[in-house]
Unconditional design. Structure first.
Length: 365
């Protein structure tokens, strides 16, 4: 079972939403579409579903051309950020409705509805109508109705965005397990790199209607093929600074230099852009194995147990994410550190030229 998009593109009112692309999704896989708002995630999902017909190219389902096939005839289920439920039906009947259309037995319907209700914490409100429950409960009802169907393709467009943090975390861990067991192809759209990492599977990064990379999620995160992909898979966006490779060393704009080694030994001499993620900036005592920058604080954002710091350093504006709550003063000067092993190097065309990145263990976006 495969879903294959071949040279597919889509424009609307003269504006290109999806540039020609090729993508193949396999049975039993989790596939995350990651990109900012207006990157093309929803447009791509609509082409997959058959809600829109591509201007060019073909859509194949298990080797069969389904490009012109109506969405009702396809083996799919869909969930949107804005929940859709039948207002006259109870929560139980909303979840059971696709099973009744499939003419399942009463016992099977009861068992499957019960399973979904327990997973999505709806058991206590199965007899209520949608207008008698909260917005978060209505979204969970819509998700349950999609998950209860035994279909080959499930499309979810930011389905957890309106749910509370605790329930989002629970569902993020349950959804991959559920679909791995079902054997369905699962496509999940999100703007959040952290969510893509938690869901696992494969990630397709999107930027302005183009798929910039498609590979296992950890591979895309650890080795983005270009600067745009690195930006998409970093939240806050990746920080950058100029660097020059010359005579076996990397020379940074603040006068510091480091000898190249490992994966950077064969990096040609020339000008590059060094990129690093916010949580790799450190505040503390400088050490000989780290780059050290004089920084001026622009603003801080405290988020519970962590602090975002917006600074000016090395002639650039950077964002750092440091553990703990820090009561810095605006315009305060201090030193920040960066380990060279956490830097990506991009050439003048924006392509990844090299990296000595050795990030292991728990990843964060």
């Amino acid at each position: 079972m495969t879903l294959r998009l071949q040279d597919v593109s889509k424009s609307l009112d003269g504006e290109t939403h999806i540039y020609p692309l090729n993508l193949e999704l396999q049975k039993g896989t989790m596939n995350v579409l990651l990109g900012p708002t207006s990157a093309g995630k929803t447009s791509l999902m609509r082409l997959m579903a058959g809600l829109d017909r591509p201007d060019t190219g073909k859509v194949y389902w298990d080797g069969t051309d389904v490009t012109g096939q109506r969405v009702q005839a396809r083996d799919i289920a869909m969930v949107y950020q804005q929940f859709v439920n039948y207002p006259s039906m109870s929560v139980y009947d909303n979840i059971a409705s696709p099973l009744r259309i499939q003419k399942k037995s009463s016992a099977e319907i009861e068992a499957k509805v019960g399973e979904m209700a327990e997973l999505l914490q709806l058991t206590s409100i199965l007899d209520r109508k949608p207008d008698q429950i909260s917005g978060g409960q209505q979204q969970r009802c819509a998700i349950a109705r999609a998950l209860v169907k035994d279909v080959g393709l499930v499309l979810m467009d930011e389905p957890l965005a309106n749910l509370d943090y605790k329930l989002r975390e629970e569902l993020r861990s349950e959804i991959p397990r559920l679909f791995a067991a079902s054997g369905a192809i699962f496509v999940y759209a999100t703007t959040e790199p952290e969510e893509a990492l938690l869901l696992g599977g494969n990630t397709a990064t999107l930027w302005e209607g183009r798929v910039t990379q498609f590979a296992p999620s950890m591979e895309v995160y650890r080795r983005p093929t270009d600067e745009i992909t690195a930006r998409v898979y970093s939240d806050p966006p990746m920080n950058f600074m100029p660097v020059r490779k010359e005579a076996g060393a990397l020379h940074f704009s603040n006068g510091q230099s480091f000898a190249t080694g490992g994966g950077l030994t064969d990096l040609p001499d020339g000008e590059y852009r060094a990129g690093f993620r916010a949580h790799h900036l450190e505040i503390g005592e400088p050490t000989a194995d780290k780059l050290v920058f004089d920084a001026k604080l622009i603003v801080t954002e405290i988020t519970g147990s962590e602090t975002f710091i917006h600074v000016e350093a090395a002639g650039e504006r950077w964002i750092g994410l440091v553990p703990g709550i820090h009561a810095f003063e605006v315009s305060q000067h201090f030193q920040i550190c960066l380990s060279p092993e956490n830097i990506f190097y991009f050439d003048q065309r924006g392509h990844l030229a090299g990296s000595s990145n050795s990030e292991t263990g728990q990843l964060r976006a």
